[in-house]
Every structure is written in structure tokens, then in C-alpha cells.
Unconditional design. Sequence first.
Length: 117
Amino acid sequence: VQLQASGGGLVQAGGSLRLSCAASGGTSGTYAMGWFRQAPGKDREFVASITWTGRSYADSAKGRFTISRDNAKNTVYLQMDSLRPDDTAVYYCARGYGSDYRNYADWGQGTLVTVSS
């Protein structure tokens, strides 16, 4: 499965962005998928995941971010609202499950999100 993340950019604090992750070579609808992020000088951290039974979020994302999927388009989304400067990071989508990045086998190339204060 190849994953292509897009939708990053520069936004002011309080703004919104929607990230997309398009899957090819498979169908994202059959997989559990997740979003991670990595800020400069920091470890990669879990943001959100979606399976066929539900969704899970990091505490930092709860109430502000929403993960969803469109199986017809083989695409997973991450709607990010009320963005803060500490959300600045490269965001990665991946195929796998849970909050541990080691459970994810396939990764997209990442898309940069920059939130200005």
C-alpha cells in the first residue's frame, strides 16, 4: 500500500486545516489507519487512528481534531480545528493500529503543518 499525505500548510493560531491521506495499491477502507506527527527535535507522536470499530485520539487532539475516512475514495482525513503553535509538525499517515508507531507498517511521506502565533 502506498500512502500520499497532503493538505499541510501555514495557518494562524485558531485556524483549521484538513489533511488527506490517499491510499493506492490497496483499499484504505479495509485497514486501520492512523496519523502521527513529529515536531523538530521531538519524537514521533500519535495523533489519531481509525478502525472499522471506532476512532481514537491523543489527549492533545481530543475535541479539536477529527479523523474520518471515505472508503469510496480510499482516503483518510484529519480535520484539525483550533490549531495551536504547538501543533506545528510534519504529519504522517500510516497503515496500522493503536497508538504505537511500531504497529504501523506503511507510511506516507509527511505533510508540514505550521501554526503561527
